[in-house]
Ligand binder design. Sequence first.
Ligand SMILES: *Cc1c(COP(=O)(O)O)cnc(C)c1O
Length: 334
Amino acid sequence: MLDWGGRGLSVMEMSHRSPEIVGIAEQAEQTLRDLLGISADYAVLFLQGGASAQFSAVPLNLGFETVQADYLNTGQWSKKAIAEAGRYLDVNVVASAEASNFSAIPPQDLWQMGSSAAYLHYTPNETIGGVEFFWTPQVDVPLVVDMSSTILSRRIDVSQYGVIYAGAQKNIGPAGLTLVIVKRDLLGQANPKTPATLDWKIAADSDSMYNTPPTFALYLAGLVFQWLQDQGGLEAMEIINRRKAEKLYAEIDNNDFYANPVEVESRSLMNIPFTLANADLDKQFLAEAETAGLLNLKGHRSVGGMRASIYNAVTEQAVDALICLMQDFAARNG
Ligand SMILES: *Cc1c(COP(=O)(O)O)cnc(C)c1O
């Protein structure tokens, strides 16, 4: 924190042009490439502005020559991406799960693809609804995905995607850093009015150093990538994450006191919303959870109830403690 590599100064104090920071950035990128199996056909960019800035960057970088894009609506984050893209191009919503209150993924054979879309955008894990894709759409246009709340939770095949982006604050590191993995042949076709800070080609050509990157967040992300390697990589994380999610869903399904609305085959490994049989007890449940050291369990207002976000940093013991509380609470109040 205060003395990096015996230099007598913190990473926070170093110039982003210094060999130390350049080395830290290169190391972080290489470890991430190893973890996800990212080939040289892809640029790895470390940007700012969060996933939300990419809601604008995607249409600006890809939707200039062709001004139509396909978007799938599976939840609150899809909707935000759609609203922002609509400021720049003609958005064709191929299908929407809104009628089911986002409890299921519309099957691909029902999608109405646009006739001249530049890409298809979707959200592989809807953080609020707790809906996750365990399959990849097969389409003729590049797939652009917001992986903010699923990246690094399990293995993925990067070569199936044109663009993967993610805000760092769920599974990567501290807020302030945004990851973009983009196929190089998609670079260089941005709208000329694209702000330089959102232009992927400018970022790729400058090794993400067009302006000062969030150096300390990048350093910590590199440490997280190394930690993931030390755990055995994404294969090992996937085993742990599946076990964590399975036992929590089992408790929800086996106990009449709890319910999760999502279709079984699309239940998220990372974000698990659940409701109590009696919503009047929500406050009491949250208070008891807090007393037990289990924080941030309040569900999003659009869904109600509770939401357990069991990202990589949440241990299996923490999930066990939650299940223990759920059993005890249901026994006393059911
Ligand atoms: C958290 C989240 C976002 C918002 O990310 P910011 O970095 O705050 O812009 C976008 N999409 C998904 C799927 C998220 O989980």
